[in-house]
Design a binder for this molecule. Structure first.
Ligand SMILES: [Fe+2]
Length: 488
């Protein structure tokens, strides 16, 4: 569908040299809009006050009530120096609130020491993942460099803005005002708490923090207080953005992007060594000293799906697997330039199987994918389905639609909006009182490049190919975010 529409537009544009009609002009305008994806990394200059979104398609699903909190970078450029990497913009917390069939949007920057200082001198000077920074940076502790820009955790009447190298930043869930950095235990103040916590069926939360080949394993109670924090030594020091977990095990995926030398920005410390292969470390949640190592061919990744295991002890999980680290190093720099071609191939959704006898294998679905997410009712438990963004291909960064992979049937149920939409991560929202995996909505924002605004879409999890059942449109465009959480 997407290809044929694009072919039609290209055909119309080619004709336009001879015959210029309103239709061909519109087609050419649409193509130009599609090519300009720079809204994805545009600067937002101020917080966005709460405002209504307009229902532009379908009907709001009855029973869909709650808020989608999302985090991601919202400001990159300042007159005295700029962030040069997509991962280094100032954290912007968004709230899409759905109630009584109406949707509202607001967004507020995380009020971090980094943003305060850089606002004062009107220059981005703090080193980050891919931004060098300079001597004007003021860093006395890890949280002085914390951009609080990556993900979000619900925590009662707060939301915690998560980063990778420091503490969660607590923000008020009702108005998104910044409260404080979270210290889980006084002697662990400022220790890294990564952006991708995993949840047990009983609500226990697991997370990790890394420095070199040491990993702190955080275990939080359902009320977000600390249960335990333990240190585990890893078989290698490599860059790791995510981990996963089954009900009984933590699964640590060590890609061959390994520590090579100290330096700044952070990513320059790592060397891509695919010949080393990817190692997977499985840790017993009940005793973190009990570990097993599995070996796989080398692949790169940012994101994993929830893991599950069967009665034979076989562990499975999905991964958006890449062939190299071109996007992490170079692609994310091009993203902030807002034009040009992002190098490398999109990641593809793959399934890793770790057998009880020590063998490991990985099978690719062949479908371009990022941001895999699954039914939160089944976190760590047996499941079939994974939702992910889809449709990314060469020529333009970022995805154009959503797909649900069914690992039991091998089917991919996809809907692609087309080149003039940038699709963001979808969250799985269970229908009240229902339990089947398909009894859920998928809720995700997108940037409509043709209209120049942010939208919110709700899909039926079991029928993605039908397209959204409801779409709301804001009167502003927010830059593309990374990760969110649905709070019902
Ligand atoms: Fe992430």
């Amino acid at each position: 569908m997407l290809a044929s529409r694009r072919n039609f537009l290209m055909g119309a544009a080619a004709l336009s040299a001879a015959v210029v009609t309103p239709e061909t002009v519109r087609a050419m305008t649409a193509m130009q809009a599609a090519a300009d994806w720079s809204l994805a990394t545009a600067d937002l200059e101020a917080d966005v006050a709460p405002r209504a979104m307009r229902l532009v398609h379908g009907r709001a699903p009855a029973g869909l009530e709650g808020a989608l909190f999302r985090n991601g970078p919202g400001k990159f450029r300042r007159p005295g120096g700029s962030a040069t990497h997509w991962f280094d913009g100032d954290g912007l917390m968004r709230a899409f609130r759905v109630r009584d069939g109406q949707a509202r949007l607001e967004a507020r920057f995380a009020d971090t020491p980094k943003r305060r200082w850089e606002s004062e001198i009107d220059a981005v000077v703090t080193p980050g993942f891919g931004t060098p920074g300079d001597s004007r940076a003021r860093i006395g502790s890890p949280n002085d460099a914390n951009s609080a820009n990556t993900a979000v955790m619900a925590a009662g009447d707060e939301v915690w803005a998560l980063w990778e190298g420091g503490s969660p930043l607590a923000m008020d869930a009702s108005d998104l005002s910044t409260k404080r950095f979270v210290t889980l235990r006084d002697d662990l103040k400022g220790m890294p708490f990564q952006a991708h916590p995993r949840y047990d069926p009983d609500g226990t939360i697991w997370n990790i923090g890394l420095w070199g080949d040491r990993m702190i394993v955080w275990r939080l109670n359902t009320d977000r207080s600390l249960h335990t924090a333990e240190v585990v030594t890893l078989p290698r020091a490599s860059y790791m953005h995510d981990f996963t977990a089954s009900a009984r095990h933590l699964v640590i995926v060590l890609q061959p992007w390994v520590f090579d030398h100290r330096g700044m920005p952070y990513a320059t410390q790592f060397a891509w060594r695919p010949e080393m292969g990817t190692q997977v470390m499985v840790i017993d949640k009940a005793d973190l000293s009990r570990t097993r190592i599995f070996e796989l061919p080398g692949f790169s990744y940012f994101h994993l799906g929830d893991a599950w295991e069967d009665t034979s002890g076989t562990i499975r999980f999905d991964v958006a697997a890449g062939k190299d680290v071109n996007f992490a190093v170079e692609g994310a720099r091009v993203m902030v330039e807002g034009r040009g071609t992002v190098p490398g191939e999109p990641a593809t959704l793959s399934l890793v199987t770790l057998h009880a006898d020590g063998r490991a294998e990985m099978v690719s679905s062949g479908v371009a994918a990022e941001f895999p997410k699954s039914d939160p009712r089944r976190a760590g438990l047996a499941r079939r389905r994974t939702v992910h963004v889809a449709g990314e291909r060469g020529g333009r960064p970022l995805p154009t639609g959503l797909a649900v992979q069914d690992w039991e049937t091998g089917r991919s149920d996809a809907f692609l909006f087309g080149e003039d939409m940038i699709m963001e991560e979808a969250n799985w929202v269970p229908k009240p009182g229902r339990s089947d995996e398909a009894d859920a909505w998928l809720v995700a924002p997108a940037i409509n490049l043709r209209e120049g605004v942010t939208e919110l879409h709700a899909f039926e999890a079991g029928r993605v190919a039908d397209g959204p059942m409801a779409s709301w449109r804001a009167d502003v465009a927010l830059p593309a975010g990374f990760h969110g959480v649905w709070a019902g």
